[in-house]
Design a protein around this ligand. Structure first.
Ligand SMILES: Nc1ncnc2c1ncn2[C@@H]1O[C@H](COP(=O)(O)OP(=O)(O)O)[C@@H](O)[C@H]1O
Ligand SMILES: [Mg+2]
Length: 431
């Protein structure tokens, strides 16, 4: 025990000091000295002669008595010693003896008797306090662990449950977690993910249903036309021609739908890789308008391209061409004979705008929010004659957004439509 050892060393050094000083004192002074030290270090101090007889006891009790303790014997041999004793009816004490040596001769010894009871009591008190503190710590730690386990494990259990359900195919899962910590954030992120997955799954199902429906319509027409030709007896050659013409029309429609579907697949792939090239947008538009001119001329529609500057930006030529062709083709398609289509190109602060304006049939207000949806057409019956699939604008929008651009539309029924395509001059993230 460190505390006791410390005391032992301390008492030994006190004994040494007394033994050193005592040599030069007379018996009266010695008496005072011993009493003074005795008070100071709270011990009984005795001066013994070379036979072990007490010359001076600070308690004035044992004067003249011969002490035969082991410590006394050792001291008379010239050794400083200290030992603990258990005294009946008194408790634990420490005896310390230091020899008084002069010119290599032992003249006697200083005997110190120190009660260790107080020290042990203090030590016990401290130990008890430590024990109580340790117990308290254990209780508090246990309590905190319990709270934490409850606070952390409950939301984690909920999340795990949600993930399991999602795995089983129920994509619309919500985990409710109250609070504002990392776990709540995780739960929010999980909820966002499940909502998104649910939406994507919903869109996928809708898309498959739409595709099947769209493919089926021309197919049933082809089936109907060919069956009626097959079962009709003595059909006139003109009727054959007419029916076959219709069949070819439907086949073309099928072909267009499949072509658009392949374009969509291509864009999905393109999300990973756009083939950026520095391109003059004005030349790209000129080329594009040139190739659409014959269609416009058929309907006696005039196309004008208005551009006052050469504008060069980075883009995926093939994809942007595809997007713009559809928008301009729409302008021609949905404008009656003799109409007018204007295409403007101009640059703004950090973007380039392509404006496609027609004076055609326009789009009703209620349809405007839907025209970029897959397979959406304002006039489904009419679409058969115009040959639309309803996929064009959704493809255009996706391509433009892949370029970090945006597409907007304003329209008025019977007056015309304007499409704005904005592309950034500097594309920040290269895919
Ligand atoms: N310039 C326009 N004028 C009027 N209506 C338009 C115009 N552009 C698009 N629309 C409407 O938006 C619908 C969707 O366009 P789009 O996705 O290109 O399909 P479509 O294959 O029918 O052209 C068209 O069916 C048409 O009703
Ligand atoms: Mg179109």
């Amino acid at each position: 025990m460190n505390y006791i050892n410390e005391k032992k060393v301390n008492l030994l050094s006190q004994g040494n000091i007394i033994a050193d000083r005592i040599v030069s004192y007379n018996s009266n002074e010695i008496d005072n000295l011993l009493k003074k030290y005795s008070k100071e270090i709270k011990s009984r101090i005795m001066l013994l002669d070379e036979k072990g007889i007490v010359i001076n006891d600070s308690y004035d009790v044992l004067n003249g008595t011969k002490l035969e303790h082991w410590e006394v014997v050792e001291a008379l041999k010239g050794k400083s010693v200290a030992r603990e004793h258990e005294l009946e009816g008194y408790g634990r004490v420490m005896y310390v003896t230091v020899p008084i040596i002069l010119n290599n001769k032992v003249y006697g010894s200083v005997f110190i008797s120190f009660s260790l009871e107080e020290v042990y009591n203090n030590v016990n008190k401290i130990m008890r306090n430590y024990f109580l503190l340790a117990m308290l710590c254990i209780v508090i730690t246990g309590f905190i662990s319990f709270i934490f386990a409850h606070v952390i494990s409950t939301p984690i259990e909920k999340l795990t449950e949600g993930i399991k359900k999602m795995y089983q195919g129920n994509l619309e899962q919500k985990v409710e977690v109250i609070g504002n910590d990392e776990l709540t954030n995780l739960a929010h992120a999980f909820n966002m993910m499940s909502t998104k997955l649910f939406q994507v799954d919903q869109q996928r199902k809708e898309f498959v249903a739409n595709v099947s429906h769209e493919l089926r319509t021309p197919l049933s027409a082809i089936k109907l036309l060919s069956e009626s030709l097959m079962y009709e007896e003595k059909t006139a050659v003109e009727t054959y021609r007419e029916f076959l013409k219709d069949i070819v029309l439907e086949v073309n429609r099928l072909d267009k739908i499949i072509e658009s579907l392949l374009a969509l697949v291509d864009i999905d792939k393109g999300k990973l890789e756009l083939n950026y090239e520095i391109t003059y947008v004005n030349y790209l538009l000129e080329k594009l308008i040139h190739s659409l001119k014959p269609i416009a001329e058929q309907k006696k529609i005039s196309i004008d391209f208005i551009c006052s500057e050469k504008i060069q930006i980075e883009l995926d030529r093939i994809k942007i061409q595809q997007a713009l062709t559809n928008i301009i083709h729409n302008a021609i398609k949905y404008t009656p004979e003799g109409g007018k289509v204007d295409i403007l190109l101009y640059s703004e602060n950090d973007s380039v705008t392509i404006k496609v304006k027609d004076n055609g049939i326009g789009i009703p207000k209620e349809s405007l929010p839907h025209i970029f949806e897959r397979f959406y057409r304002v006039d489904k019956a009419r679409a058969r004659s115009t040959g639309g699939t309803g996929l064009g604008l959704s493809i255009s929008k996706q391509i433009i957004e892949l370029h970090q651009g945006e597409i907007e539309v304003t329209s008025e029924v019977d007056r015309g439509t304007v499409f704005y395509v904005r592309l950034p001059k500097n594309i920040s993230i290269r895919s």
